[in-house]
Ligand binder design. Structure first.
Ligand code: ADP
Ligand code: MG
Length: 250
């Protein structure tokens, strides 16, 4: 059974067919890249699946359950988390606080008692562990507003990861960082995702990164899925080349 399936999922903004009758599936444990030119509908598809926007029509099933009408919190509780193209952090809080807040919200949702001192201690311990996994432990007490763009992108992924998702969406985890920083960021994220066997969908533009880290690539174009396949097949697909890399689609 697929971990997630959408059926004819559709969202229009006025005349813009942002997501148009999309059948998208992801299997348990897959690491998938979602590609397509600007405006192809990638972020809208992720917003629909994570519950930030509701579809005009169509269905979303997660682990066999229809979640089409569930709110964001219900979806997080079910195991869907995401990071943002533009990071979504509390700049005036420390890195440690940002991660701990995410853990507290997760624990709150599972209705465990975290008023107990030892329970709180466990949360701070876990937050430290997560920062260590992401290579951010030395900045635990620094304010999130005061770290580099690359570190902010990593922290945003760490905050989503702290929700312990089964399915993690990463919307352009290396956007806005220098070319030099991209591979190290993806190395960190990829090693965590693979080690924890998290199913992941990564929106990315850098082709070297996409081909290096993906099991499968899904190509969106004008709100539709144009192609889906192994990296090699996608690399050699003429329609993909025209739509994603062609001269009229910068
Ligand atoms: N909230 C919105 N209101 C109006 N149009 C939107 C909104 N969000 C996205 N769009 C439009 O939907 C299309 C798909 O956008 P988006 O999903 O952000 O694409 P991508 O992430 O692939 O660049 C674009 O034409 C965009 O302008
Ligand atoms: Mg986008």
């Amino acid at each position: 059974m697929n971990l997630l399936e959408t059926a004819k999922l559709t969202k229009y903004f006025g005349d813009t067919h942002a997501v148009d009758k999309v059948d998208f599936t992801i299997g348990e444990g897959e690491v998938l890249s979602l590609i397509g030119s600007n405006g192809a509908g990638k972020t809208s598809l992720v917003n629909l699946i994570s519950g930030l926007i509701l579809p005009d029509s169509g269905q979303i099933r997660f682990r066999g359950e229809d979640i089409t009408k569930e709110n964001v919190h219900a979806r997080i509780k079910a195991g869907i988390a995401r990071s943002f193209q533009i990071v979504n952090l509390f700049d005036e809080l420390t890195l440690l606080d940002n991660v701990a807040l995410s853990i507290f919200s997760r624990e709150g949702m599972t209705r465990r008692l975290f008023s107990l001192a030892d329970r709180q201690q466990a949360v701070w311990q876990e937050a430290h562990d997560i920062l260590r996994q992401f290579g951010l432990e030395l900045k635990a007490e620094v304010l999130a507003g005061g770290i580099s763009q690359g570190e902010r992108k990593l922290l945003d992924v760490a905050v989503a990861y702290a929700l312990k998702p089964r399915l993690l969406f990463l919307d352009e985890p290396t956007s806005g960082v220098s070319t030099r920083e991209k591979a190290p960021i993806m190395d960190v994220i990829s090693s965590i995702v693979r080690a924890q066997k998290i199913t992941a969908v990564v929106i990315e533009h850098d082709m070297d990164i996409i081909f290096k880290y993906s099991d499968r690539i899904v190509v969106m174009h004008q709100g539709e899925i144009l192609a889906s396949g192994a990296p090699e097949a996608i690399r050699n697909d003429e329609r993909v080349k025209d739509a994603v890399f062609g001269p009229t689609h910068a």
